[in-house]
Design a protein around this ligand. Sequence first.
Ligand code: PHE
Length: 344
Amino acid sequence: MQAQIDQYTAEINAFSPANADELETFRIKFLGTKGIIKDLFEQFKTVGPEEKRTFGKVLNQFKQLAEAKYNELKESFDSGLKTPDLGLDLTLPGDDFVVGSRHPLSLVRNEIIDIFKRLGFVVAEGPEIEDDWHNFSALNFPEEHPARDMQDTFFIKKNHGQDDIALRTHTSSVQVRMMEHGKPPFRAIMPGRVYRNEAISARAHCFFHQVEGLYVDENVSFSDLKQTLYQFVKELYGEGTKVRFRPSYFPFTEPSAEMDVSCTICGGTGCNMCKYTGWVEILGCGMVDPNVLENCGIDSKKYTGFAFGMGMERIANLKYVIRDLRLFSENDVRFLKQFQTEML
Ligand code: PHE
């Protein structure tokens, strides 16, 4: 019996389980209801009184050893500290967690969406690959309009007609989709990426981001357009910002205008950004041309509407003074980490 106990003691001392399953096997083997210790105590009953005295002590010590070993290992597994198989020290301090920052275009987009949401506009999205109808024809672009030309548009399929497929050149296509599939009133903004066939430089890129807006209802007038955009600018650039409208032309709006704001960098006194004029252009706008409403199945005698569109890069530029458009898409971390961290 002594020899047996010595052998088991050596086994217990050497025991080093790799996982909790091995420890459980150990428990069943030694401490289980049909385990070795139970068995030894059964044998103990049969020994003579002289041996009982010596063995009683030895047996109790052996039992305590097995229990202590088990409890110690169990605790280290439960607290997750026991990883002898991996050789890891889980008590070491962790690596620094680097918190990212939002891309400046995301910051600007979120801010624009926020302002227009408060003015009652919802957000609408549409496909970046568009057909001729949604990108051009429904928007009153004449057949031979130069904007349809290969120079401005990335065509995917070109048949010189209604089956042309292209990367959308503006998010006005989403306005068409919205009007075709619903009933007025509409009050929505359309943020998204658009594509134009331009050589990439500091001032031009083959893709950029727009936010366009549409408001169609009975009795919508040019003064609603002015007031909405004025409110937007005050929220975006501050109370004292001035706006001015200049007549312009777009095929899908009549009348059309471009809107300038007092320079956000110098406040109107003249600087590099505004080329010493005190004004910077931020968007195009106008009253939706009745032809566009009719093309989308909306009664132009009953309904009127306004639309506007702006480039997000331009808005971000006036906020953060980013002189090279390419920075927006290069994803250089040294550039990106300068912007505000918003997610905490
Ligand atoms: N779609 C025009 C553009 O891409 C912007 C615009 C939208 C102008 C709505 C007027 C009204 O340049």
